[in-house]
Design a protein around this ligand. Structure first.
Ligand code: ADP
Length: 444
């Protein structure tokens, strides 16, 4: 302001001074002797030079200030654009509010999370969310208090769990509070995994504890009261052996499951002869099947005899299904394994191993006439450690680890396929494995 008025004064000064100088010159020329005239002329010239240099300095200063202002404005615009790009690139929803609680920034993820198409800038934060916890978090952050909370809210009808952090935003220049910034981390899958892990550990330790307790009890009785009782000793040794076998089975299943769940190894896809693989499995289970008067037969369509798959994973799937069928089929019935080609549209959420190049798939069915699975339990049958009550309380020959079908599900998934079940309680079960794109040559 003072600089502006002084520059106006300086801009007018030369004109006034010019007029005064003309008048003075006329008077001086008329009245003053020439030596004075020379001195005055020199003073005038020096003054005018000083005046011009002052004007130049002020003009230069004004130009510099203007350029600096433009530069600052440009930098601020660039910073704002960069900030927008950065928060848009963040893969979690972020929102910022001003000191009044109105949204000033929000990234694409926040917009998607809220499923809002219109711009939310300018809206009040507490009108966007109904949860009091969130309102409090945002308000406290605006007042300078950092905080975070875990809470669930529905996103398109599905409850999702979020870890929300709220931080105060402090204006750098005056160290004043400016608003709040909130980040929403979706932890739904993480908490589900934590719950599953906790359940898994609890179930596994329960399953391990039972045979260990039996072995311990039997060994103590053997060493004490049953030492000289031959009949009792034989029974106890049998008990130890069967429980040790159960422990071994559990260890094998746990290892299989853990290998399948850790995605380290990709399937080893090879060209295999399906009929040979199935015949080998049938031979393996012949003894157990004959013990119950069962027959295991296969029907493999010629078109699918040569397929592209991981033989270890496929054997793991079929072995578990056949073993279950042998356990749960009614005595003297037939267990059937059928394979047919099919143009199975694979579920996009399940990635197909890269090396599977064909366009056709296969459908394998393992069919038994047995105790079946009640409809109410069919949903949960592929969960780890889940056993239908009949199987839990049945004879020890039937009692498994409860991991077999979880292994089948994971192994099918690794091959880019799926497993499903059709079962009628007390009549029988059919487990269906669908493996997409494992036949190399197209069928016409
Ligand atoms: P398990 O080791 O107990 O067999 P699985 O995961 O293989 O564990 O099977 C889980 C449960 O599903 C079994 O305990 C049994 O109750 C039921 N089940 C599996 N296969 C069959 C079948 N073919 N017929 C009837 N019930 C079955």
């Amino acid at each position: 302001m003072t600089q502006n008025s002084s520059s106006i004064r300086l801009q007018l000064a030369p004109q006034i001074l010019g007029v005064l100088a003309v008048i003075a010159s006329v008077l001086i020329v008329i009245f003053l002797p020439w030596p004075f005239l020379i001195v005055l002329f020199v003073i005038g010239v020096v003054y005018i030079r000083l005046l011009f240099s002052k004007i130049k300095t002020i003009r230069d200063q004004t130009i510099t200030q203007h350029t600096e202002l433009l530069q600052e404005q440009h930098e601020r615009n660039e910073a704002a654009t960069l900030m927008k790009l950065l928060i848009d690139a963040a893969d979690i929803p972020i929102m910022a509010t001003d000191d009044q609680g109105c949204i000033t920034h929000s990234n694409r993820n926040a917009q998607q999370m809220l499923r809002l198409n219109e711009d939310i800038i300018g809206l009040r934060f507490d009108e966007l969310f109904t949860q009091q916890v969130l309102h409090d978090l945002e308000r406290h952050a605006r007042e300078g208090e950092q905080g975070h909370a875990k809470l669930s809210f529905p996103i398109v009808g599905e409850m999702r769990e979020f870890d929300v952090s709220a931080d105060p935003v402090v204006a750098q220049k005056y160290h004043m509070l400016h608003g709040a910034v909130l980040t929403f981390k979706d932890i739904t899958e993480l908490s589900l995994a934590m719950t599953l892990k906790a359940d898994f550990v609890a179930n596994a330790s329960h399953e391990l504890r039972t045979p260990i307790a039996s072995i311990k009890g039997a060994a103590e009785t053997l060493a004490g009261p049953a030492r000289n009782d031959e009949g009792m000793s034989t029974r106890l040794i049998e008990m130890i052996t069967s429980n040790a076998a159960r422990l071994e089975l559990l260890a094998i299943d746990l290892l299989d499951l853990s290998k399948l769940e850790s995605q380290d190894q990709s399937p080893d896809i090879q060209e295999i002869n399906l009929q040979n693989l199935i015949s080998k499995l049938i031979n393996e289970s012949m003894q157990a099947a004959t013990r119950r008067g069962l027959e295991v037969v296969s029907e493999v369509s010629n078109e699918v005899n040569q397929i592209q798959t991981d033989p270890v994973l496929l054997s793991l799937i079929l072995r578990n299904l056949v073993q279950n069928a042998i356990k749960f089929a009614h005595e003297d019935t037939t267990i059937k394994i059928t394979v047919e080609p099919d143009s199975i549209s694979h579920d996009r959420t399940i990635p197909i191993p890269d090396s599977l190049v064909g366009s056709m798939g296969i459908r394998i069915r393992v069919i038994d006439k047995g105790i079946g699975i009640p409809i109410t339990q069919q949903q949960r049958i592929f969960e780890r450690f889940f056993q239908v009550d009949d199987a839990r309380s049945g004879s020890s020959a039937k009692r498994g680890t409860g991991l077999g079908l979880a292994i089948v599900k994971h192994a099918s998934k690794r091959l880019g396929g799926t497993v499903s079940l059709e079962s009628v309680y007390r009549e029988g079960s059919t487990f269906i494995i669908e493996l997409p794109r494992c036949i190399q040559t197209n069928l016409d």
